[in-house]
Design a protein around this ligand. Sequence first.
Ligand code: MC0
Length: 145
Amino acid sequence: MLTRIDHIGIACFDLDKTVEFYRATYGFEVYHSEVNEEQGVREAMLKINDTGDGGASYLQLLEPTREDSTVAKWLAKNGEGVHHIAFGTADVDGDAADIKAKGVRVLYEEPRIGSMGSRITFLHPKDCGGVLTELVTSADPQAGH
Ligand code: MC0
């Protein structure tokens, strides 16, 4: 069961500059940052609020680390902006299987590692009304993603 908006992924050319925009404009601070080599991104998670399921909701700012990454490709075509939305679940495997059975393409055979050690998969945007959609199970739901 999907129980929260885990994060909204925002693609940017310059992560430090974008972090500063969110800090100066809204007062959001970086909760966590990391490089995910497999996904080809450097990212900052800005925690917006805790949620009723023991998790949290974040803005995820994404800067590509290499030209052939999905985010670099998307930025070249669209410029900066909202890249994907992510729903939180306690059971990414089960929810991905249920959604696949409804005819939506699930992009990974097995969930991969996302930010803060979470397990993630993606649904094809062409099957989701043009919205790249991610499913996330936190590494430690009690700790909030
Ligand atoms: C591509 N398309 C999108 C899109 N990316 N539509 C909406 N939102 C997006 N973000 C559309 C294109 O415009 C194109 O439509 C069609 O999908 C095929 O795209 P493409 O440019 O030809 O690229 P593909 O097919 O090589 O790859 C698209 C695909 C890929 C969604 C399969 O981006 C992917 O595997 N994404 C999942 C991984 C990912 O995005 N990782 C970065 C975040 P037209 O109409 O032109 O045919 S990593 C992350 O978020 C982690 C760290 C975390 O949360 O923890």
